[in-house]
Design a binder for this molecule. Sequence first.
Ligand code: SF4
Length: 408
Amino acid sequence: MDLLDTLTAKGLRREIPTREEALAVLATTDDELLDVVAAASRVRRQWFGRRVKLNYLVNLKSGLCPEDCNYCSQRLGSKAEILKYTWLKPEQAAEAAAAGLAGGAKRVCLVASGRGPTDRDIDRVADTIAAIKDANEAVEVCACLGLLSDNQAERLKAAGADAYNHNLNTSEATYGDITTTHTYADRVDTVTKAHGAGLSACSGLIAGMGESDEDLVDVVFALREIGSDSVPVNFLIPFEGTPLAKEWNLTPQRCLRILAMVRFVCPDVEVRIAGGREVHLRSMQPLGLHIANSIFLGDYLTSEGQAGQTDLDMIADAGFEVEGAGEPTLPRHRSEAGLGGGCGSGGGGCSDAASDVASEDAHACGTGGGCGPCGSHAEAASHENDELRSDLVRVRRRGAGTELAPNA
Ligand code: SF4
């Protein structure tokens, strides 16, 4: 297939595909799916070998958010019966993080719900980073605290944070349909602040909110342009009690096409299968590992993932290996370009517009938050599967904020 030969060749050269080529990946048929996976897998192996990076989420503060992100179980007015608690103490967070590290994770993602941190919150997170790094110097710490004010990124960097996550989530054109309490530009501003402070930018998307193929391609090109070093690809978890509860429009095949498109557009960037992996890829998860080089171990922010040991078994069974703490994740040309080196560093051309981004978990939230339909764009959505599978969504009842052991 000419398209896949072209995309593979470009990926191996770190050359950006055209928008038309990216859209064509999303339009491939089920008969072509394994060829799409094989092509994306060649690009993945070129830059990341057979390594899988494990990341571990610690939800420092759950629920009670004043923002109205439609996809999020922690949003204002959410009726989702999630755990709600305020800031974990540093030692509690360090204990939760230790479980993930013992399970093989090399990055801990410290997430807090809310519009953004106060300066006092930055102090709390600084104490938490110190507690985690005192016990394990090699761990990478990513903070995900929402919109940042001036100088907060610098303070996190000084406290030892390695990265900052803030997802763009969806296209600029669609953003107003999923959130009204902040803007796409706000998210880009926070990503820019993090990047400017020397933090590695982690910013991704949420698929399955009713967006069009064009929206998906737009947000992935924007993520490339802003210089995201890691791109979490979340698949909407349609939580009961949120506006997007009935937005079940993803199939495993569609998820694989989306991952492949992201890999072709961001060939040398950490592509992470994030929230919704088990819910939407289901038994096709191992095929996702041939495209993405990173996953979350164990549970998400407000929902439960499969058992951590099952993640490890899946990686081994599929012939991959867990990336060790001493191994760099990014290819040398990117890591030597400096944190947040941006896609431009790769050759294909990313502007360094840098601006950027935000998102992910929206404050974390992408990873588990779930969302609902995206307003006016719902008509354009590819509703490949109208069947509600709410039985697949399990609210987190263990780990941080509970008396039960975390899943790692
Ligand atoms: S994504 Fe973040 S800002 Fe939006 S509702 Fe959820 S916790 Fe609040």
